[in-house]
Ligand binder design. Structure first.
Ligand SMILES: [Zn+2]
Length: 495
C-alpha cells in the first residue's frame, strides 16, 4: 500500500499529513505561537541563587528565566548510578551563580512565572519515556485496565532485557502504549537509545561552546511526526521547506538512517497540499455532511458529550433490491466513518446510526467492516454490538484536540446550536415584546430595531399584524434595520 507523509511549513504553522492510497488519513497541525517548551533540554546559566526559596533562576534563552528547586537537582546516588536528589542539599551548596547547567523544562511557563526546570533528564518516544541513570520500570496511571497494566509491564521488562538495556535506563509506559506489542516496545527502546546518545553528544558540544543553547527540542512537529508516523510502509516523505528538509534529513540520518533516501524536497509551483488535495480534505473534515460515492451521506454532529453520526441513503430507493442498496451504503459509510474519525481526530463517545437493515448477516458484515477499518487507527477504539435500533456505540481515545477544536470557534450567530430561529419566530417574539413594553410605558410610539430579514418580514408578511398591534396598543410602531444584528437580535424601544 502506498503511504506518504507530506510536511507543509509556513512561518506561523506546520502541517503534517499522512496519506494512504492518495487519501488523507491523519492531519497534524501545529501553530508556532502555541508551542510550549515542555520536554526541551537546554544548556542554561544559573543567574540567581535564592537560599530563602531553596531555588535558583536559570537563564535558558526563553523570555523569562526558568527556576529550579533544590529537590530537582540530581546527583549520583549511593550506588554510583542512579540519580537522586542530594539528601539535605541546600540550593547554595548545589549551585553557584554563573554556573552552566543542563536542564529540562518540566512545566510550562505560566503568566508571570518562568518555566519550572529539572536536572532529571528524560526523553520520550511514542510509547515510552526513557530515564537514563535510573532503573525504574513504570506505567502511566491513566492506563486503568489491570490485566493490560500487567501485560504491558511484563512486555516492557522482556523488551528491556532483549535490547540489553536492563539496569541501564528506566522506562515508563505512556498512556499511548495501551495495546502495543513487545516488538513495538523494542523498536521504541532502540529509538530512545539513539536519541539519548545524540543528546549526550550535543550536551558535550554545547558545554564546550559554553553558551546558553537548546540541546533537544521535543516538540517540533515534524520531528514528532517522524517519530510517531514513520512505519516501514512509508514510501515517501515530501517537505516543501528547505530548512525543515535539512533538519528532517539530519534527524533521519541520526535516528532512522534506513529512510533517508525516501525524503524529498518538494519544489513544485503549486502548493504541496493543493497538489495532493489535502486543503480540500481539511475543508471536508470540518463540514457537517460527508458525501458518499453511493449517493448517500454521513451527517456528523460533534457535541460536547458525544459525537453522533447519521448514515443516510441519497438517491430514491425503488422497492427492488432496497436491502442490497442499503447494505452497500452502510458498508461504504463504515469505511468512511473510520477515516473521518481519524482525520477529524474525534475522541470520546461516538454513536453511529446506520440505515436500518433486515438481514442479520448484513448487520454483522457492516459491523465487521467498521471494526476492520478501525484496526489501523492509532487511537484506541472500542465498539459495541449493533443495538436493536441499528445503533452502534463506540469510544475512541481522546488524544490531541480535535481538528475542529483546533481550527474553529463557536459560531456567534447560533452560539454553537447549529440552527437559529426563523424570521417568523423572531417576529412573534417581537410582538410579545411590543405588548410588554406598551403596557409599561405611556409614550406614543415604539421603534423596533432588528436584522434586515426580520424587518423585511415585518413590513411584508406580518404587516397586517403590525397594524392590528398599533390599534390594540394605541401606539405607532416603526421599524429600523440594524445591519450588525444577526437574525435573533432585536430591540423594542420607546420613541
Ligand atoms: Zn451557527
Amino acid at each position: 500500500m502506498s503511504v506518504e507523509i507530506l510536511i507543509n511549513t509556513s512561518p506561523s504553522e506546520t502541517r503534517v499529513a499522512l496519506i494512504e492510497q492518495g487519501l488523507l488519513q491523519q492531519i497534524y497541525i501545529e501553530r508556532n505561537n502555541r508551542r510550549g517548551p515542555v520536554g526541551n533540554i537546554y544548556l542554561g546559566k544559573v543567574v540567581r541563587v535564592m537560599p530563602g526559596m531553596q531555588a535558583a533562576f536559570v537563564e535558558i534563552g526563553l523570555e523569562k528565566a526558568g527556576f529550579v528547586h533544590a529537590a530537582d537537582i540530581m546527583v549520583r546516588g549511593p550506588d554510583g548510578f542512579e540519580l537522586v536528589p542530594q539528601p539535605g542539599g541546600t540550593i547554595e551548596s548545589l549551585l553557584r551563580e554563573g554556573q552552566m547547567l543542563v536542564v529540562q523544562v518540566a512545566k510550562e511557563p505560566i503568566a508571570s512565572k518562568g518555566a519550572r526546570l529539572t536536572t532529571f533528564l528524560s526523553v520520550a518516544s511514542r510509547y515510552l519515556v526513557c530515564m537514563p541513570h535510573n532503573r525504574h520500570l513504570g506505567i502511566s496511571q491513566r492506563i486503568e485496565n489491570e490485566p493490560e497494566r500487567e501485560r504491558l509491564l511484563a512486555a516492557l521488562s522482556s523488551a528491556v532485557t532483549a535490547e540489553g538495556v536492563l539496569d541501564q535506563s528506566g522506562f515508563i509506559l505512556r498512556t499511548a502504549a495501551e495495546g502495543v506489542s513487545d516488538i513495538e516496545l523494542q523498536s521504541d527502546i532502540r529509538f530512545l537509545r539513539r536519541v539519548w546518545s545524540a543528546v549526550q553528544q550535543r550536551i558535550e558540544e554545547c558545554k564546550a561552546a559554553g553558551k546558553i543553547r537548546i540541546i533537544y527540542d521535543d516538540l517540533v512537529l515534524y520531528v514528532r511526526a517522524m517519530r510517531d508516523l514513520l512505519t516501514p510502509q512509508v514510501e515517501r516523505i515530501r517537505i516543501d521547506d528547505a530548512r525543515v528538509y535539512d533538519e528532517v534529513v539530519r534527524f533521519a540520518s541520526d535516528f532512522i538512517p534506513e529512510i533517508a533516501d525516501r525524503i524529498e524536497l518538494y519544489q513544485g509551483e503549486r502548493p504541496l497540499f493543493d497538489v495532493f488535495g489535502i486543503e480540500d480534505e481539511i475543508q471536508k473534515a470540518l463540514a457537517r455532511t460527508v458525501k458518499l460515492k453511493s449517493g448517500g451521506n454521513l451527517v456528523v454532529d460533534q457535541n460536547e458529550a458525544m459525537t453522533t453520526i447519521d448514515v443516510n441513503t441519497g438517491a430514491f430507493l425503488g422497492s427492488h433490491n432496497q436491502e442490497e442498496t442499503i447494505y452497500k451504503t452502510n458498508v461504504e459509510a463504515a469505511k468512511a466513518i473510520a477515516r473521518q474519525l481519524k482525520v477529524r481526530n474525534i475522541g470520546g463517545i461516538i454513536i453511529i446510526d446506520f440505515i436500518d437493515m433486515q438481514d442479520e448477516e448484513h448487520k454483522r458484515q457492516v459491523l465487521r467492516t467498521l471494526q476492520k477499518a478501525l484496526e489501523k487507527d492509532p487511537a484506541r477504539t472500542r465498539i459495541s454490538p449493533m443495538s436493536e435500533l441499528g445503533l452502534v456505540e463506540m469510544t475512541r481515545k481522546r488524544t490531541r484536540e480535535s481538528l475542529r477544536q483546533m481550527l474553529c470557534q463557536e459560531c456567534h450567530v447560533c452560539q454553537g446550536r447549529g440552527s437559529i430561529k426563523t424570521a417568523e419566530t423572531v417576529c412573534y417574539d417581537i410582538f410579545r415584546e411590543i405588548m410588554r413594553v406598551a403596557r409599561n410605558y405611556e409614550n406614543r410610539g415604539l421603534l423596533v430595531i432588528a436584522s434586515q430579514g426580520v424587518v423585511d418580514r415585518l413590513l411584508d408578511e406580518e404587516s397586517a399584524t403590525v397594524v392590528d398591534l398599533e390599534q390594540l396598543t394605541g401606539k405607532r410602531i416603526s421599524v429600523k434595520v440594524e445591519a450588525f444584528y444577526v437574525n435573533e437580535q432585536f430591540d423594542v424601544v420607546i420613541s
